[in-house]
Design a protein around this ligand. Structure first.
Ligand code: ZN
Length: 244
């Protein structure tokens, strides 16, 4: 009997240090801040915010791709498989991912995509990326104050956003946006440039194959990124995309 127990203990000890432990480890999110178009001053703030949200929630850990070389190694074939998903933090232009189509396919295979602000001004000529994201940056006017409205108050990502909420930021407008392809969460009801009535989307989720996509257009300004509601909004979006 004693011997059986000892063997059981040995087996349990072996289990405790086996590779199966890695299944329980928090998912890794790769924070990408490479830019090939406009480079936002708010990038370091977005990077620090991601790190703070990871530490505060314990829901995921972050790693960074800040250079072309890091991006190619970490988000190219082989490299990306050690991540549960990716966060495009104010990226822009045609990023040097060796196989952009392979990257989009990787999202569709069941990985998380989170993008803020100019993530929609990234891969501007590559339709599979824009279709995965759900919209393409068209233009913005002067920074302005808008009343941010919640479309689906039951969704965790919009639950994090108090109502009413006025935000002063650079407000994007989109092309290649089709409301039937996204789950709209935040919008404004007035054209940020002309004041004309309408529905102007600012944050949404969508499912892309087996992958989950969260995009918020807000976050040009440091004081928006560091506001309490934005942190809660982004954290909820990251957790939703990671399936948490
Ligand atoms: Zn901007």
């Amino acid at each position: 009997m004693t011997r059986v127990c000892l063997l059981t203990l040995v087996a349990l000890a072996a289990c405790a240090t086996s590779p199966s432990d890695s299944i329980a480890a928090p998912p890794r999110l790769l924070v990408v801040s490479v830019t090939k178009g406009f480079r936002h001053d708010s990038i370091p703030t977005a990077e620090k915010l991601a790190e703070r949200l990871a530490a505060q929630s314990g829901a995921f850990t972050v790693d960074y791709a800040r250079t072309d070389e890091e991006l190619a190694a970490k988000l190219g074939p082989g490299g990306r498989d050690s991540y549960a998903g990716v966060y495009f933090a104010q990226t822009s232009g045609d990023l040097p991912i060796p196989d952009p189509q392979g990257f989009v396919d990787w999202i569709a295979a069941g990985h998380a995509f989170v993008g803020t602000h100019s993530a929609s001004d990234t891969f501007p000529g590559f339709a599979p990326y824009l279709d995965m994201l759900g919209g393409h940056f068209l233009r913005h006017g002067e920074q302005t104050k808008v009343s941010l409205l919640v479309r689906d108050a039951s969704h965790p990502v919009s639950k994090a956003v108090p109502q009413p909420l006025e935000v002063f930021d650079e407000i994007y407008q989109f092309e290649r946006y089709d409301p039937s392809r996204v789950h709209l969460l935040l919008y404004v009801a007035k054209d940020p440039e002309t004041g004309a009535a309408g529905e102007f989307p600012l944050a949404w989720t969508r499912e892309h194959g087996k992958g989950r996509v969260f995009y918020t257009a807000l976050g040009h300004r440091d004081d928006v990124l560091t506001s309490e509601w934005y942190g809660a909004h982004l954290l909820a979006g990251m957790k939703w995309a990671l399936g948490k």
